[in-house]
Design a protein around this ligand. Sequence first.
Ligand code: UDP
Length: 239
Amino acid sequence: PVPSGPYRRVLLKISGEALMGSQNYGIDMETAERIAGEVGQAVNAGYELCLVIGGGNIFRGLSAAAKGMDRAAADYMGMLATIMNALAMQTALERSGVPTRVQSAIPMMTICEPYIRRRAIRHMEKGRVVIFAAGTGNPFFTTDTAAALRAAEMGCEALFKGTQVDGVYDDDPRKNPNAKRFESLDYIDVLAKDLKVMDASAVTLMRDNQIPIVVFNILETGGLANVLDGKGVSTVVGK
Ligand code: UDP
């Protein structure tokens, strides 16, 4: 099928926390399968998708470093956490009938492919969802930056950031009922107002490459496909 939305190839960033469901740690497979259903729906509609998943539900380098661990070692542990999430997401996606490949920035040949850019593009052209694991492979970075980097490398037309709310607000909508959602924003607004969309290096990379960031609710059923089709609720950064 030919997708009806403005972007055909999209990178979807999901935070590790999105996989926790109502738990406060780790992976809730039911939630992972729900997200997989969203991705499957989009793939069936003809969109080419790749995924970057965070690791914050398992391990965060910065928090461990604050407690005295070596920062680089802690960050490597955080990257290993993203590989666990990637494998869980792969299981969930394949249960929904979506063919996937996991590619890790830290080669781990017995469990997944190493990151090879042209091979990843080929997978997507064949309708496979590529899950990029281990972030950028470098300490002192985040999976937000990894998402921006891979979006640029893969020639994605947009970076979709799946969150728990349906866009970027001027205040926390879960605490303030009068909080207002932005329809669209400039990259520079996000940076200057320090709006919590993605970290600054990710936003800067997207600005330099003129790739829009679309913030939407990943937990709403049919939300991803709707936003891809240009019908759903979201905030678009850098139109
Ligand atoms: N990380 C890293 N380099 C990267 C990506 C991730 O060092 O390129 C580490 C970092 O310690 C981070 C952890 O992996 O805290 C988990 O990723 P992140 O915090 O971005 O996950 P999210 O908040 O999206 O769940």
